[in-house]
Design a protein around this ligand. Structure first.
Ligand code: F6P
Length: 447
């Protein structure tokens, strides 16, 4: 069997143990482990001239990492404006905040062409190519134009809306035509697959999307959680709670994660169930993300204000109801935090999958598991039916779910956790990659 060639905008640093948050890096690390592979993408660095560079190669274990630099202007138009100022909100059904500019689209296509120019010479005939995420929708078509004949699959880690929403994008038809170059497209849920196929059909293109929900490595994360309960940070957090229940939220600072709506739900809980005042702490860990995009900066200001308001209104001289952090916390410490949390609040307004929900389940103790509160609009929801399901726009529903979570009997927590844990253990990141790649290799090329 030939090599696996993975392509993504961000490439994890080969030797770095603490990889950036996000399902992509976590899920794919397992796919390349032990397989002869090449991982190609952006280095995270800027250059004054991106055209005549040669990719930097770094081989670690069985994988060669090949990265290229982008100019600041490419970064701005391709990554900030088109990928994250337009495609991200569109795919998360937020058409009210999209911002389309022809120049951004032109540079987005140019960067995809640059990726194709730099990657094509590194490819071998028997490679299987697997391209990831919305930054690179046109890359398959650009590789085909450069004569690449290998199987090319694509995986979208975020939601995909139906044609009635997608057609808002002025370049939707051209993008779909280019996406038809892929032999197979994987998405997270059956709903996303049906939406994407409806877009192909509306444009007289053959449907090629199927769903492959991504997972985690539950054994590794579970072991990390057990080990790190004794870590200094986790012990300090535990001591600082003084017996109060810990409600945990972990999300990149992103409007799709529903953080203001969640905090509103927590405030409603404090008002509606005053008997619990002083008995809970919401620890919301929200590392800053995409700070160059205006909507993310606006969200940051909003959250600063909300957290300050809740503590001022509801707190006391010896209790703050919310601890809100924008710094990132190392993954192993987070695993320990998940282990000691009584409730996880995972309430995105839309999410491709949401691996935090799965990580919480993997980290919990079977003897005394906490309760998972999950948005019905997360891609994880169809697989995790035993969670306390909420509509993230319903702050009263979130308040009631928090109350149910902190008062739930041990028996019910265990029953729910066992069912959730079974699913998280069955559908791992490694299985996910195998299922996609097996199907890709079996798919006949449609010209
Ligand atoms: O899952 C969506 C995604 O864009 C991934 O591609 C990425 O790893 C993660 O979110 C973090 O986003 P960014 O690369 O923009 O920081």
């Amino acid at each position: 069997m030939g090599r696996l060639v993975v392509v993504s905008n961000r490439v994890p640093a080969p030797r770095e143990r603490n990889q950036p948050a996000g399902g992509l890096a976590v899920g794919l690390r397992d796919a390349v482990r032990g397989t002869e592979s090449l991982w190609f993408g952006w280095s995270g660095r800027h250059t004054s001239q991106s055209k005549d560079q040669t990719p930097k190669l770094d081989t670690h274990e069985s994988c060669t990492y090949a990265t290229i630099d982008l100019t600041r202007s490419e970064y701005e138009h391709f990554y900030e404006n088109f990928s994250n100022g337009l495609l991200w909100p569109l795919c998360h059904y937020r058409i009210g905040i999209i911002n389309y500019k022809r120049l951004d689209y032109q540079v987005y296509r140019e960067v995809n062409a640059l990726f194709a120019d730099q990657l094509a010479p590194l490819l071998r005939e028997d490679d299987t190519i697997w391209i990831h995420d919305y930054h690179l929708f046109p890359l398959g078509a650009k590789l085909r134009r450069r004569g690449v004949k290998a199987k090319i699959g694509f995986f979208l880690h975020i939601p995909f809306p139906p044609w009635s929403v997608t057609r808002v994008l002025p370049c939707a038809e051209e993008m779909l035509r280019e996406m038809a170059a892929y032999d197979l497209i994987g998405v997270q849920t059956a709903e996303d697959a049906s939406n994407m196929n409806s877009c192909f059909e509306a444009n007289n293109l053959p449907a090629r999307a199927a769903h492959f929900p991504i997972g985690i490595d539950p054994v590794e994360f579970g072991e990390q959680a057990v080990r790190n309960v004794m870590a200094e940070e986790v012990q300090r957090l535990h001591a600082s709670l003084r017996g109060r229940k810990l409600i945990l939220g972990v999300d990149r600072l992103d409007y799709s994660k529903g953080i203001p709506e969640r905090i509103h739900g927590y405030e409603t809980f404090l008002n509606r169930y005053p008997e619990h005042k002083g008995e809970t702490v919401l620890l919301q860990i929200t590392p800053v993300s995409r700070a160059g995009v205006a909507s993310y900066r606006a969200l940051r200001r909003e959250l600063d204000e909300m957290a300050g308001h809740i503590n001022a209104m509801h707190g006391n001289f010896d209790w703050s109801p919310i601890r809100y952090l924008t710094q990132s916390v190392p993954r192993e410490v987070l695993a320990g935090f998940h282990r000691i949390a009584d409730v996880a609040l995972v309430t995105p307004l839309r999410d491709g999958m949401n691996l935090v929900a799965k990580e919480f389940v993997a980290a919990q103790s079977p003897d005394d598991p906490g309760a998972l509160i999950l948005s019905s609009l997360a891609g994880a929801a169809p697989e995790m039916e035993e969670a306390l399901m909420v509509n993230p726009y319903d702050h009263e529903g979130i308040a009631d779910a928090i109350h149910a979570g902190i008062t739930m009997s041990l028996e019910e927590r265990q029953r729910r956790w066992q069912a959730l844990h079974r699913d998280v253990t069955q559908n791992t990141a490694a299985n996910w990659a195998d299922r996609f790649l097996d199907m890709l290799r079996e798919t006949e090329r449609q010209e």
